[in-house]
Design a protein around this ligand. Structure first.
Ligand code: GAP
Length: 437
């Protein structure tokens, strides 16, 4: 695998060239550190989110999902502590006014070379805006900096409507916004991003057991998406922990630009529910249905960044051979599950048969996922093109298909093996290979 910056440049270039990720607002010269997900990027991103939702919501009966508003009552952020404490210390170059995070310990300004900085001052990372046409203090609102608070403020609604009993969790996937002082490293640190979060409510005396449980679940997820090899677990010292956390373990990933935070796991105690109960005046206690005991449960929070997952998957999957570049993506995450080609585009009987196979796959009763169609150039070029975007299987219709035995070649992206499979078995073959292997 190529080294660090070189590898990052190759990934950014592949993302742009093939339609995974484009620079945001590019025709206007871009907008610093904003990125748009293209036709293949949106498929990969949706596949990550769908896999996560299946695993943590659909396949278990102790977690329910929600989709809360992005803009919440500002009292939420007062109660959560974000207005008072969601700050990064920042220093400013006195000469050119470039700003840096104080914890980066910059010695000389990267823009003008000056070593003269202001003292560190706190900068609140929440984006502020106003509700309605008049801008004043009374209608200041914030874009949410974490999805988590949507779960805490709906805790009572979930209890009342689902009758879940402790331990249980609430899950959400959605955007979060932070006015980062120093965004960068492609999609690693941006000012808008997506999170996949679970607030898991437990009895206070059982928090350690559930903390271990969720650490293990995060490890299993890394295996499922094929990135556990590059991942490392780091306990965060008290001084660096978020204001609400009594214990935190980050999953860090060895990105080409260094080992950096990928996911978080925090023991949030009853910090959030207690503060919302106080600020809202609503009783948020849980009543144990067996003992009638009333208490505020404690919360274990595993959190996953969608965009960082996307980047870690691309970094792990990127491969170079003597004659090709390919993405060894887990098939269930790949944007296309397969591609279908007629061996020769100028032979109508091959094109017709290939079209028939393509149609049957894209309209199969149980959806298989997107299938690519390609009849340009020769088969070698089509393999090259599909390898580069991580399509796990390429199906070619040739003369044996139409004249002999109705079989097609199914070429495997990683091994390059090309077994022949009966056309009528193709759907089952792909389903097994993509979703069950
Ligand atoms: N609710 C807890 C919470 O928000 P966090 O560690 O601040 O915890 C969780 O964020 C995850 O969100 C991170 O582990 C990371 O994957 C992702 N994330 C945070 N800030 C980000 C940013 N500026 N750009 C992209 N992803 C980010």
């Amino acid at each position: 695998m190529p080294e660090s910056q070189d590898l990052m440049d190759k990934i950014v270039s592949l993302c742009k060239r093939r339609g995974f990720v484009f620079p945001g607002s590019e025709i206007y010269g871009g907008l610093a550190n904003s990125w748009d997900y293209g036709p293949l990027g949106v498929e990969l991103k949706n596949n990550i989110k769908q896999l996560w939702w299946d695993r943590f919501v659909h396949r278990r009966d102790d977690i329910v999902g929600i989709d809360a508003a992005l803009i919440m009552n500002p009292k939420v952020w007062e109660a959560s502590g974000h207005i008072a404490t969601f700050n990064d210390p920042m220093v400013e170059c006195k000469k050119c006014h470039e700003r840096y995070r104080a914890d980066q310990n910059i010695k000389k300004c990267e823009k003008c070379g000056s070593a003269d900085f202001t003292d560190a001052k706190n900068f609140n990372l929440m984006f502020r805006t106003h509700l309605g046409p008049v801008e004043n203090q009374d209608n200041t609102v914030y874009l949410r900096p974490e999805t988590a608070q949507g779960m805490f403020v709906n805790f009572k609604n979930i209890l009342d409507t689902t009758r879940k009993t402790i331990p249980f969790g609430i899950a959400q996937i959605g955007p979060a916004f932070r006015n980062e002082i120093t965004p960068g490293n492609f999609i690693f640190r941006t000012r808008e991003f997506e999170q996949m979060e679970i607030e898991y409510f437990v009895k206070s005396e059982e928090w350690e057991k559930w903390f271990e449980y969720w650490l293990n679940e995060q490890k299993e997820w890394l295996k499922e998406i094929g990135i556990s090899d590059g991942s490392v677990f780091v306990e965060i010292p008290e001084a660096d922990r978020a204001h609400y956390s009594k214990k935190s373990i980050d999953t860090e990933f060895k990105f080409p630009f260094g080992q950096k935070e990928l996911y978080g796991l925090a023991y949030r105690t009853d910090y959030d529910l207690a503060n919302h109960q106080k600020m809202s005046g609503q009783n948020l206690e849980y009543t144990d249905p067996k003992t009638n005991e009333k208490y505020l449960p404690h919360c274990i929070e595993p959190t996953w960044g969608v965009n960082r997952t996307f980047l870690a998957i691309l970094c792990s999957a990127y491969r170079e051979d003597a004659d090709r570049v390919y993405l060894s993506l887990p098939p269930k995450l790949a944007p296309f599950k397969a591609a279908v080609f007629p061996l020769l585009a100028n032979k109508p009987q091959l094109v017709e048969k290939a079209r028939e196979i393509y149609s049957s796959l894209v309209t199969s009763h149980l959806p298989l996922g997107p299938i690519a169609w390609d009849e340009r150039g020769n088969v070698g070029k089509r393999y090259y093109s599909q390898d580069e975007i991580g399509t796990p299987f390429c199906i070619t219709v040739d003369f044996d298909t139409v004249e002999k035995d109705n079989t097609v070649t199914v070429r495997n992206r990683d091994t390059k093996a090309q077994p022949r499979v009966k056309a009528e078995d193709l759907e089952n073959y792909l389903r097994t290979q993509v979703y069950e292997e």
